[in-house]
Write a protein that binds this ligand. Structure first.
Ligand code: PLP
Length: 240
């Protein structure tokens, strides 16, 4: 059971994050309403996530297929969207297509084609983001920026996919100045994607910024920030 203290702390955390988000938007001259808060809820229980869904969280992000399946089936998001934000293995694509409103972590043509095939079989159009490895060799996930265009072309040609934009995780050891430059580079990549004026893609989304750097991400153009620790507290991997 979640005690009152845990619930109260979570509510305070989300309220504080919303204030910081609004302040960062104001500083950048942006409308705070265009920035969504994604609760990155890996390792959190169905009960914790369900309780947090009553707060000012717009959507949930999962890194592991099993957790996405368990939490969607249990109604943990209370009807809010779930996004897939972790590394997706091609043999698990079937469980994610249709269940995740957006697959944010598409990082190869092989994965993209598997998602296209699964979406075609399910008779739906799957929203995706392309994950860009913005920190060069220091980051471990995402495609190199120069590989973005072939992958975007492939997404545009896949009739059961809709490319909604880009996602990035800057290297954890980058300085705040470096991280901000990575975020700015992502904003420029999204602008370049928009400038291509694809017929089918709707590239309106830039998912970047976590507990330690989401204010900078918003100042540099994020439309989704993915926050775990600052909402739920430190993760306890020993439990899993
Ligand atoms: C865990 C995770 C987050 C949130 O990280 P925190 O530092 O806990 O806010 C965001 N994005 C991805 C892809 C993650 O795996």
């Amino acid at each position: 059971m979640l005690n009152q203290e845990t619930l109260a702390r979570m509510a305070e955390n989300v309220a504080a994050i919303r204030r910081t988000m609004a302040e960062a938007a104001r500083k950048a001259g942006r409308d705070a309403a265009e920035i969504r808060l994604c609760a990155a809820c890996k390792t959190r229980t169905v009960e914790e996530v369900r309780a947090s869904a009553d707060l000012a969280i717009d959507l949930f992000g999962e890194n592991h297929v099993q957790e996405l399946v368990e939490k969607t089936d249990a109604g943990a998001y209370a009807g809010k969207p779930g996004h897939f934000i972790g590394h997706l293995q091609t043999n698990k694509v079937n469980k994610v297509v249709g269940r995740a409103a957006v697959i944010e972590s598409v990082d190869s043509e092989r994965l993209l084609q598997k998602i296209e095939a699964a979406a075609a079989r399910a008779g739906l159009v799957q929203d995706i983001l392309i994950e860009v490895n913005i920190g060069a060799e220091a980051s471990k996930s995402g495609i190199a920026p120069e590989s973005l265009w072939p992958l975007a072309e492939a997404a545009e040609a896949a009739t059961h996919l809709r490319l909604r934009g880009l996602m990035a995780i800057p290297p954890a050891d980058a300085t705040p100045e470096m991280t901000r430059r990575f975020f700015a580079a992502m904003r420029e990549l999204l602008a370049a994607l928009q400038a291509r004026q694809y017929a089918r893609a709707v590239p309106d989304t830039l998912s970047m910024g976590m507990s330690g750097d989401y204010a900078a991400a918003i100042e540099e153009g994020a439309t989704i920030v993915r926050i775990g620790t600052a909402i739920y507290g430190a993760r306890d991997y020993a439990k899993h």
